[in-house]
Ligand binder design. Structure first.
Ligand code: NAP
Length: 290
């Protein structure tokens, strides 16, 4: 199988580093024709869209750069999908669990893959939900939603690095995505040309407090932070908009026989490997060309 990865960023490069059957394009796609050129050049069996606009230094950037965010997160996936449809190539698009805010209407509070998003007034979330809404009408397209990626390899975008750098951390609990598991699941979805929406989150939920307790135990016993509430984040001026916190049910992967590790098993393994990688000075930011 040959996979063409679009998006020379964090997730695209992490996948590339693990897949011997993939190429990554760093070309900026502005039109359907740009994407057709790439498909005709690489002749992939499947495309992974890891391109998009996530905001620098964070998603608050999207609140003042709405058009760039719409173009990157809504228009770009449509252009890629249009070209893939024309050439009959399967597309796996990376979505986000951040289209859901708070508890679902279900008794277990978890959002299902079939639930409609409630992206509130947050620009990033709206643009991601808009792409999901339209791409799910197409054949030969899968959407893999991830949340708060956590990796053993230190990186600015890794949730471990992000939280460890904050003097104040919100005490919240979420579904999360362990990157090792995600990379394997993405590859299986691409091989199967799986159609539909998939919540690529590890079973169980993780508190930021649990992650930081592991960090303090395994990485840096001298680490200290203050704990605040989710509401404090905006009240104290630490963010423009409140962040999405939620629990996702992952039901469609299981139907395909694809499993992810329980989050508490995976997180200890990941932070142990992270501690070793940090000591050795490994960092995925070094391989990123963006
Ligand atoms: N990382 C997370 O926490 C997270 C969580 C949930 C979902 N996701 C989703 O996962 C995907 C990848 O995220 P990421 O963390 O890897 O983001 P990232 O590091 O910002 O990478 C996205 C890449 O896409 C590129 N790009 C933007 N517009 C493009 C275009 N028109 N043509 C080609 N490439 C373009 C960006 O280039 P420039 O930087 O030059 O603009 C960047 O290299 C996104 O769809 C994101 O919404 C990420």
């Amino acid at each position: 199988m040959k996979i063409l990865i679009i998006g020379n960023g964090y997730i695209g490069n992490r996948c590339l580093s693990e897949w011997s059957d993939a190429v990554l394009s760093d070309k900026k796609i502005k039109t359907k024709e740009d994407m057709l050129v790439l498909i005709d050049e690489h002749k992939p069996d499947a495309v992974l869209n890891a391109g998009g606009v996530t905001g620098k230094p964070n998603v608050d950037w999207c609140e003042t750069h709405q058009m760039e965010t719409i173009i990157g997160n809504t228009l770009l996936p449509i252009l890629i999908a249009q070209a893939c449809q024309e050439r009959g190539v399967y597309l796996l698009h990376i979505g986000s669990g951040c289209i859901f805010y708070g508890d679902s209407p279900h008794s277990d509070k978890k959002w299902r893959e079939s639930d409609l998003g409630n992206p509130k007034e947050v620009t990033y979330s709206r643009t991601k939900w808009a792409a999901d809404l339209v791409l799910t009408t197409l054949p030969n397209v899968g959407i893999a939603r991830i949340r708060m990626p956590i990796d053993w390899l230190p990186a600015k975008r890794n949730l471990i690095d992000k939280l460890a750098a904050y003097p104040k951390i919100i005490a919240v609990e979420n579904s999360v995505t362990i990157i090792d598991d995600m990379i394997s699941v993405f590859h299986q979805l691409l091989e199967k040309k799986a159609v539909g929406i998939f919540h690529v989150t590890n079973p169980g939920t993780l508190k930021h407090r649990e992650l930081m307790a592991l960090y303090d135990e395994l990485v840096d016993p001298n680490h200290k932070n203050e704990w605040i509430t989710n509401d404090d984040l905006v009240k104290q001026g630490l963010a423009t908009k409140g962040r999405s916190n939620n629990f996702l049910a992952s039901e469609n992967l299981l139907k395909l026989g694809i499993a992810m590790r329980d989050v508490h098993v995976a997180i200890r393994d990941t932070v142990e490997k992270y501690a070793k990688a940090k000591k050795e000075g490994q960092n995925s930011d070094k391989v990123l060309s963006c």
